[in-house]
Design a protein. Structure first.
Length: 278
C-alpha cells in the first residue's frame, strides 16, 4: 500500500549546518533532483536516508514513501476510509498525498523518487547500524490500529515495562513507543565503536547527553535542526519475535519465546474514517 520507504524528511533552518553534522558522523550526501522549489539535500548511511528541507515541515518530520501508481492507490485508500491531510493529483503536477496518524505524525507518499539511490556498498556511519525509526505515541495499541493496515508485517513486540511495537513499513523499521523520554520522532542505532564516537565528540563538540533514559541508550546525539539520534549497545527489543495478527481475539498458539499480540485491525472494505481522532 505504501510503496517503498524513501526518506525521513525534516525541516532545517540551515542546510549547510545540518549537512556538516551528518557528514562528520560518516553520512554521505546524495545527488538530488529538481522536484522541490525549496533548498533540499539528502544524506545517507547506506540504509537510512534523511531529507533536509529548507522549508517548514508542518507538524514535524515526515515519513516519505514512493508509490509509482499513486493516483490509483489514493483512490483505493479513500475507498477504505483513509482521510488525506494533503492530496495533489494532476497530470501537470508532481503527485503527492499526505496522512496523519492519531498522534499527529505525518506520512507522505510521492509518485517518484526525489534523489538518487545510495550506494548499497556504503559503510554505516559512526552511529553504527540503524535498526529503528521511533515515533512517540500516547497508546501503542491504539496507534497500531492506524499503522497495521499500512504496514501489516509486525517485526517485534514488547509489552513490559511499556508496550513497544515495531512494524516493517515498506522497508522502514517503524517503532511505536510510549516512552516519556522521547521528544519527537527519533532514530535508533546499534553502535559497536564507542571510541570513534567519543573522538568525534571531542573533536567537534556535538550536542549530546549520556544515558538519556530511553531504552538503555548510552548516548543521545542531537543534530543542529533538532533530530535525536540514540546510540545503543544492542537492539533493545532483542531477538525477533513471532507475532500473529488477528482482527478479533488473541492468538492461542505462539512459538516458544515468542510474544503473541492481537491488533484489532478493521477488515478492508468496511468503511470507517481513519484520522487523527481514530
Amino acid at each position: 500500500m505504501l510503496g517503498r520507504f524513501l526518506e525521513f524528511g525534516i525541516h532545517t533552518p540551515d542546510i549547510v549546518d545540518s549537512l556538516g553534522f551528518y557528514k562528520l558522523l560518516g553520512f554521505h550526501e546524495l545527488a538530488v533532483g529538481e522536484v522541490w522549489t525549496h533548498k533540499y539535500a539528502v544524506v545517507s548511511d547506506g540504509e537510512l536516508c534523511i531529507g533536509l528541507h529548507d522549508r517548514p515541515v508542518e507538524d514535524g518530520p515526515v515519513l516519505t514513501f514512493v508509490h509509482q501508481e499513486l493516483a490509483k492507490e489514493a483512490r483505493s485508500m479513500a475507498d477504505h476510509g483513509f482521510e488525506f491531510s494533503h492530496l495533489q493529483l494532476d497530470d501537470d503536477v508532481f503527485n503527492e498525498l499526505g496522512l496523519k496518524c492519531r498522534d499527529g505524525h505525518k506520512l507522505s507518499m510521492l509518485e517518484a523518487r526525489t534523489f538518487s539511490r545510495p550506494d548499497e556498498a556504503s559503510p554505516n556511519s559512526l552511529c553504527g547500524q540503524w535498526f529503528e525509526l521511533t515515533l512517540p505515541v500516547r497508546n501503542t495499541v491504539k496507534a497500531a490500529r492506524f499503522w497495521a493496515p499500512l504496514a501489516p508485517e509486525v517485526l517485534r513486540v514488547r509489552e513490559d515495562p511499556t508496550t513497544h511495537m515495531r512494524f516493517n513499513a515498506s522497508g522502514l523499521p517503524l517503532g511505536l513507543s510510549e516512552s516519556i523520554a522521547l521528544d519527537g520522532p527519533s532514530i535508533c542505532f546499534r553502535c559497536d565503536d564507542k571510541e570513534s564516537v567519543w573522538i568525534a565528540l571531542a573533536q567537534h563538540g556535538f550536542q549530546h547527553k549520556e544515558y538519556p533514559g530511553f531504552e538503555g541508550a548510552f548516548m543521545l546525539l542531537t543534530a543542529p535542526e533538532g533530530t535525536d539520534l540514540f546510540l545503543f549497545d544492542e537492539d533493545f527489543l532483542g531477538e525477533l519475535y513471532e507475532v500473529e495478527e488477528t482482527d478479533d481475539s488473541p492468538a492461542e498458539d505462539c512459538a516458544p519465546r515468542a510474544a503473541c499480540v492481537s491488533i484489532p485491525v478493521r477488515v478492508p472494505g468496511k468503511k470507517r474514517r481513519r484520522g487523527s481522532g481514530d
